[in-house]
Design a protein around this ligand. Structure first.
Ligand SMILES: Cc1cc2nc3c(=O)[nH]c(=O)nc-3n(C[C@H](O)[C@H](O)[C@H](O)COP(=O)(O)OP(=O)(O)OC[C@H]3O[C@@H](n4cnc5c(N)ncnc54)[C@H](O)[C@@H]3O)c2cc1C
Length: 244
């Protein structure tokens, strides 16, 4: 009942805002490799997105850092262009499809990358803890990603195993009146996807505001039904206001 007429007080730097509904679009952060020289190369010849930058590896040698199954998918996608792909697991056991990679001549090295060699834009190799240097022209990585903000968790929204906010196709989270869009939700992380999801969530949010004005009881029942489908009690650190 409190969520029908209630809302949230948000602290925005020095300002405060009150809202009856929230659209969370707080994004994610990729864990960057702790490798000497990485930041010198990031964005020039070290990348995380094979769809954005994979084509640059045409006929070249690539090292992929990481051990998750997704790394195996990245390695196989890179073979569309690259002449040679080597996976370095940062000392971890590789969790992907080893046989399928070996069949495609992808070497899997259980060692730790210590340094990227060569100037920005002209990567020449990756030096490993074990002493070997892997000669290469590009580095890709996938270590981990996490939400930038834990607002959704604190508000009680249902999350997936990576901490991303689960929504329906209109951006409704499991908490009535809270929506989410973009990288903070599971799925593809692209500007276009984030913009489209933001538009859908904004429209659903506007529809909910209109519904609450027109028929508060019906809107309350709809909210309860949705919450019943995704039970997760809100435990907001933002302050609930105007509850009735
Ligand atoms: C290096 C790199 C290259 C990329 N290249 C491409 C590309 O070529 N094409 C493409 O389509 N996509 C690309 N992407 C992905 C694209 O940037 C994202 O998919 C897109 O920006 C997601 O938008 P978003 O609004 O969900 O999140 P973001 O753009 O991350 O925006 C989230 C915002 O919320 C703010 N925020 C977080 N927490 C709080 C809080 N508590 N209070 C207030 N504000 C908060 C953050 O500061 C940030 O400004 C790239 C990403 C990276 C990292």
């Amino acid at each position: 009942m409190a969520s029908l007429a209630g809302g949230y007080r948000l602290s925005l730097g020095g300002d405060t805002a009150v809202a009856s509904q929230l659209v969370l679009a707080t994004g994610l952060v990729d864990e960057l490799p702790d490798v000497e020289g990485f930041l010198d190369h990031y964005g020039a010849d070290a990348f995380h997105c094979v769809y954005c930058d994979g084509y640059e590896t045409l006929g070249r040698r690539v090292v992929v850092l990481g051990w998750h199954p997704h790394v195996g998918e990245v390695a196989i996608q890179l073979l569309e262009w690259a002449a040679q792909v080597t996976v370095v697991t940062q000392g971890q056991e590789f969790e992907g499809a080893v046989t399928s990679l070996r069949r495609r001549d992808v070497r899997i090295v259980k060692d730790q990358a210590l340094a990227l060699l060569g100037p920005r834009g002209r990567l020449s190799g990756v030096r490993l803890r074990g002493g070997e240097t892997l000669h290469c022209d590009f580095l890709f990585f996938y270590l981990a990603r996490r939400p930038v903000s834990d607002l959704a968790r604190r508000l009680g929204c249902r999350l997936d195993g990576d901490g991303m906010v689960i929504t329906d196709q209109h951006g409704h989270t499991s908490v009535p009146g809270i929506f989410a869009a973009g990288d903070v939700t599971p799925g593809m992380q692209f500007v276009q996807m984030a913009a489209a999801q933001g538009a859908a969530a904004g429209m659903a949010c506007a529809r909910l505001i209109r519904a609450r004005r027109a028929n508060p009881v019906r809107a309350l029942l709809d909210s309860r039904n949705r919450a019943d489908q995704n039970p997760s009690p809100p435990t907001s650190s933002t302050e609930a206001v105007g509850s009735s």
